[in-house]
Design a protein around this ligand. Structure first.
Ligand SMILES: [Zn+2]
Length: 249
């Protein structure tokens, strides 16, 4: 029994290792572009922020003008049955995050580089750039937005720009921008961005979604986190409050 379980877990690990090895082989040989789509960016950024805030907020609380006047969220775990406490404690981590920052801005920040670069590089100035990853996918943009965010936080106690900066940071990681050093380290390699063939861009995305585990696995993980988030809002009847004010409690 133990041996068969061990064999099964080894097979699963081997399958995961193969998927990632294959993905990186395709990336390195230029046969696949590293694509990350909406659910992956938004969901994984939200999951990372909830986890980071839940583990670090007691030691390093983010004190903003907005959350100074709010009451800290009350964990209601005493009021719920034991079997519901794990999910409820995660929901209280979410409430704690919403008390520190505006989650709507976090979701926006997780897509910020694409929201700016895709229309500019792929549509409005396609002839010039022919690339959906330009200025906002660079380390320079991340550094500038983070420094401006730190200045705003220290001088006025406003964290909104830092939230966008965190979203941009996770976006660059999930886009695996270290594989595109010419863009990431712009303008160290010159001012021109690499041009890519965008002829079958949409078809390539749908194809990668069906066949490339490096694309569909993060999308599934992100979608699961977003479904959990939506279910918490629906359960607490907070959809409208969240959309209007960013509150989840
Ligand atoms: Zn991107």
């Amino acid at each position: 029994m133990l041996i068969s379980q061990w064999k099964t877990s080894r097979q699963i690990l081997n399958a995961i290792r193969y998927c990632y090895a294959e993905h990186f082989r395709l990336l390195l040989t230029g046969k696949a572009k590293n694509l990350m789509l909406i659910f992956g960016h938004v969901g994984i950024t939200l999951g990372a922020a909830v986890t980071l805030n839940g583990t670090l907020s007691k030691s390093y609380p983010l004190t903003t003008k907005e959350n100074k006047i709010k009451e800290p969220p009350q964990a209601s775990s005493e009021l719920v049955p034991a079997q519901n406490r794990t999910s409820d404690s995660r929901a209280s981590w979410l409430a704690s995050l919403a008390n520190s920052i505006d989650i709507r801005l976090l979701l926006l920040g997780s897509l910020l580089p694409d929201i700016i670069d895709k229309p500019v590089g792929q549509f409005f100035f396609r002839d010039t750039f022919s690339n959906g990853r330009i200025f906002c996918h660079t380390l320079l943009f991340l550094i500038l937005i983070t420094l401006a965010g730190l200045y705003l936080y220290r001088s006025c106690g406003k964290a909104w720009l830092l939230v966008l900066s965190f979203g941009t940071f996770t976006h660059l990681i999930l886009d695996q921008m270290w594989l595109e050093p010419r863009t990431l380290l712009w303008p160290l390699y010159g001012f021109a961005f690499e041009r890519i063939d965008l002829t079958h861009w949409t078809e390539n995305i749908f194809h990668a979604l069906r066949t490339n585990p490096g694309v569909y696995v993060p999308e599934i993980v992100g979608a699961v986190i977003l479904i959990w988030f939506t279910l918490v809002l629906v359960r607490d009847r907070k959809i409208r409050t969240f959309v209007k004010k960013g509150q989840v409690v």
